[in-house]
Design a binder for this molecule. Structure first.
Ligand code: NAG
Ligand code: NAG
Ligand code: NAG
Ligand code: NAG
Ligand code: NAG
Length: 641
């Protein structure tokens, strides 16, 4: 298929294929900016947090007083691991905000310093999207490292070659081509439409499977990254515009194009693939062996009942892969895996840390689908919500068979909250010692707590429908172990509850933005990475949860409180309801600033500018070379303090 000649009306073609989904943008001019977090690197060990004993002045002990809720001011006196984690998160978040560019000039300077290149052509037009007088009020103007990290390795591949690879992905599955008519492309195009005039003709391959696609071996990726680094240059003058000619170098339909090297491996352990994309000294590369205590120390707070202190590492498969390889459906029983070890540009909504897919904001976050979109209806004030941990979901996440269902993440989560099933189960929990001489109180971890009565009282978690089992899609056999629970709940009904866990399905969970925007507190466990990760801070905007869920009860007993000091000697945790309310409020306020449609549009705009530059034969000679001073009203988009 040859690209149609330019016409005044932008034309967009969608091609769906099994392997990838290719979008042609024709007669457009591009604008983008992208980043890929070095997902394959071993993540740094979390900084050690201040231990209670190291405080200079011990605040007055309040824990054994007859006071049931800890207000914000008294919370620090508590010394609980969660209050320490929140304190650290607040400091990190403040630093993040303080380092934000306040003007376009600063944002441009930062771009060059970070990436060693000029911004892409059309970057000045990004100012249009930030324009406050159009009421866009874009707060986040320079946290786009994800785009850069995602696209960086592709600089090692010549532009013509890249264009051929994309074309090749399309040609590989011509039988499945359709034009338009898929909700994923429909939403994608809606996002592009905002700035599509600024883009040149190009083709985009979009993943339409739930699971990520691209997984390049570590050593090979390092070579790609090295080439990119050597190609950086800011001395050459650049032109602020894209080239017109984006043809395929004389190639026509009859010629052969590079193939992406797809292979289909449903059912193999995903870590078999993933570990090769990990650094040589990682656990995943060393026979998948690890000392659980050593691994925990990398991302969990000591003696805290398993609380996550580094959310980033909690989903770094090179580190935690050995521990969770048989506890997450995508890792051990994926319904579909079609992947490649070649570095090919495929756009996707989520990936795990070792994938090289190019992230874009998930369509669900942009659509107005009431199943995913936050609406304030029923989102009552915190104090009017039920003190309940509430979750509903479908039985997705992997192949449900008699031999696998107990290890699928959603099923494990439902079982973890099933009071009946839990009898005689013991779980870990962090508890203040009842030694009243310690100020603030010391915390000890028990591995011996029976969660069953607590769970019965405070959780409402289950599947409204059991479906898609193998064999028997109606799941007859599964009904011996699980039952369907009350299904009459809409997205917005869930906000009647204070605590809302968010658990992966086949891939990421599309409700996450709604949870963050609500007045309820989101409790998040995931192995997936998304476009927004760097702007969301665990323990500042939500409560993070380990993918093993071994910290679930430590989290919810902290907020809800446990036992009664007089009655249950040894098992007493005061409630931290107001801390939960504050955390939920912080997440809500922040989501309203940086997770709006406008923010998604800016991300897409920068992503598309960068991608268009990558595909441009003159990519070393084009870019935005100015300092931003002449961009009119450059200060317009500064967030009012
Ligand atoms: C901002 O928007 C207003 C109203 O649409 C427009 O007049 C102005 O030129 C825009 N500023 C920039 C920098 O684009
Ligand atoms: C671990 O892997 C290395 C290299 O692949 C191999 O030489 C060694 O025998 C393996 N060790 C075990 C215990 O499997
Ligand atoms: C809880 O577990 C019991 C015993 O295994 C089971 O009969 C029941 O159906 C489960 N409840 C739910 C909601 O799955
Ligand atoms: C199901 O949930 C709805 C909404 O929360 C509630 O009104 C209804 O009473 C529940 N039904 C049952 C059988 O628990
Ligand atoms: C996660 O870790 C990567 C690699 O160290 C780092 O670049 C990134 O900033 C981290 N992300 C967050 C949200 O902390």
């Amino acid at each position: 298929m040859t690209l149609p000649p330019s016409s005044s009306r932008p034309r967009i073609f969608f091609i769906l294929s099994i392997s990838a989904f290719v979008i042609f943008l024709t007669n457009l001019t591009v604008i983008t900016g992208t980043d890929y977090r070095g997902g394959i690197e071993i993540l740094p060990i979390p900084q050690s947090l201040k231990r209670p004993g190291q405080r200079n002045k011990a605040p007055q002990l309040t824990i054994h007083e007859d006071k049931d809720d800890f207000s914000y001011s008294s919370e620090k006196a508590d010394g609980h691991p969660i209050s320490q984690l929140m304190e650290k998160a607040a400091a990190d978040f403040k630093q993040y905000q303080d380092s934000r560019s306040k003007t376009f000039v600063q944002a441009i300077g930062k771009y060059r310093k970070k990436y060693g290149r000029h911004p892409p052509p059309g970057f000045d037009k990004a100012g249009l999207l930030y324009n406050r007088s159009e009421e866009r009020n874009v707060y986040n103007v320079d946290d786009f490292d994800q785009i850069w990290d995602d696209l960086r390795p592709f600089w090692s591949i010549p532009p013509l070659e890249l264009r051929k690879v994309v074309k090749g992905m399309l040609k590989e599955d011509p039988g499945n081509s359709v034009t338009g008519g898929n909700w994923r492309t429909d939403e994608f195009v809606k996002m592009l439409n905002v700035f599509v005039k600024e883009l040149p003709d190009m083709q985009i391959a979009m993943n339409r499977l739930d699971q990520p696609r691209v997984i390049v071996e570590w050593e090979k990726l390092q070579e790609h990254l090295e080439i990119e680094e050597k190609s950086r240059n800011m001395d050459r003058p650049v032109t602020n515009g894209f080239s017109r000619n984006r043809e395929l170098g004389g190639a026509d339909e009859s010629m052969s194009f590079p193939t992406a090297g797809w292979f289909s491996v449903p059912g193999i352990p995903y870590m078999d693939l993933a570990s090769k994309a990990c650094p040589p000294d990682s656990y995943a590369r060393n026979n998948m062996t690890m000392d659980p205590a050593v691994a925990e120390a990398k991302y969990k707070f000591p003696n805290s009942g398993g609380l996550v202190s580094n959310f980033n590492i909690s989903s770094d498969l090179c580190t935690v892969g050995p521990a969770i390889q048989d506890l997450h459906g995508m890792l051990f029983a994926p319904a579909t895996i079609v992947a490649t070890k070649e570095l090919v540009p495929v756009f996707g909504e989520c990936k795990v840390n070792v994938n090289n897919d190019i992230l874009f904001p998930a369509n669900m976050y942009y659509s107005d689908d009431p199943r995913y979109t936050y609406s304030p209806e029923n989102d009552v004030p915190w104090d009017d919500k039920h003190t309940t941990v509430f979750w509903r979901g479908i039985t997705s996440g992997g192949n449900q068979k008699l031999s696998t269902w107990r290890r699928l993440h959603r099923h494990r989560f439902v079982q973890l909250a099933n009071g009946t099933d839990l009898h005689n189960t013991k779980t870990r929990l962090t508890l203040p010692t009842l030694d009243s001489t310690a100020t603030p109180p010391a915390y000890i971890e028990t591995k011996n707590w029976d969660p069953s009565p607590f769970s019965e009282k405070y959780t409402d978690i289950g599947f409204p429908e059991l479906a898609w089992c193998v064999p028997d899609s109606k799941c007859g056999w599964l009904r011996t172990f699980l039952k369907e629970v009350n299904a009459t709940t809409t997205l917005t009904d869930q906000f009647l509850n204070k605590y809302l866990p968010d658990i992966d399905g086949h891939s990421f969970s599309g409700r996450w933005h709604a949870w963050l925007k609500s007045r309820s507190l989101g409790i998040k466990a995931t192995i997936f990475r998304e476009w927004h990760d760097s702007r969301l801070f665990a323990w500042q905007h939500f409560a993070p949860m380990d993918n093993r869920f071994d910290d679930f009860y430590s989290i919810i007993t902290y907020f809800i409180g446990l036992g009664n000091r007089e009655e249950e000697e040894g098992v007493y945790i005061p409630t931290h309801d107001s801390t939960g309310k504050r955390l939920a409020g912080q997440g809500r306020e922040w989501a309203a600033k940086v997770l709006r449609k406008e923010d998604i549009e800016v991300y897409m705009f920068r992503l598309m500018l960068e991608y268009a530059r990558l595909l441009d034969d003159r990519r070393e000679m084009i870019g935005y070379g100015g300092n931003g001073r002449r961009v009119k009203e450059e200060k317009l988009w500064v967030w009012p303090e």
